[in-house]
Design a protein around this ligand. Sequence first.
Ligand code: HPA
Length: 279
Amino acid sequence: MNNAYQSQYERVTKCLEIIRSKTDFVPKVAVVLGSGLGDFAEEIDIKATVNYSEIEGFPQSTVPGHKGRFVFGYINDVPVVAMQGRVHFYEGYPISDVVLPVRLMHAMGAEYLFLSNAAGGIGDGFKAGNLMMITDHISTFVPNPLIGPNEEKFGTRFPDMSNVYRKDLQNIIRECAADLKIPLKEGIYIQLSGPSYESPAEIRMCKMLGASAVGMSTVVEAIAANHMGMKVLGVSLITNLAAGISEVPLSHEEVQQAADEAGPRFKALVKAVITKINE
Ligand code: HPA
């Protein structure tokens, strides 16, 4: 038996105890704020915040531009918890740590998980600044977060992944984008480990596999959430064209700049979708 995995449920329970010593807020929707959505917290009628550093045993984010805290509050009347700053596999954490925050937000009461990220665009006609609704994912190139003894309290050993990004929720995202007149791409997101950006050959591979966007997060979180029965939504902000499609070398600054520019559109869409989920 692998004790590290066995202790996951206990770890989540311990983290939850710390959260509960600070706030009794029960969220309905959990939101993971990727680059470009960091200041989404400004849209929330904030009731409480908890810094990751206050939670013993919780992995700490080390990426520049990523804050590390949970924000609890309301979007219109919907109780939400937002993660300002997530943990990435490339920071050196085991994949079970990368998904611990999602497990914790589920333990807090969240039924929905809204995942967002910055991604490189691969799909035909994609441009920097596009928003892409995630309709499916490819996880093959990163470790599966469910490897290890299965913890039945979280979910079943062999969970189905045929409808992770549920069709009814995809329809809500489409409707909200149309109402807001925000053009919306759709496609498959592939998670690679990073932290180096991909080579042009790797991007050609991703394209052959059917991916429209590439990034370094999200899929493992979606798998863990689906394992626990959470309803998952995902939107990528295309911050750049992927390597080999872009004519210029990729840089974190370019990604950050595009994320800042598209931030208001991204925020408006996420806010509208969360409001509509609750109707
Ligand atoms: N590749 C991987 N991750 C990314 C990219 C990219 O081109 N852009 C933003 N995140």
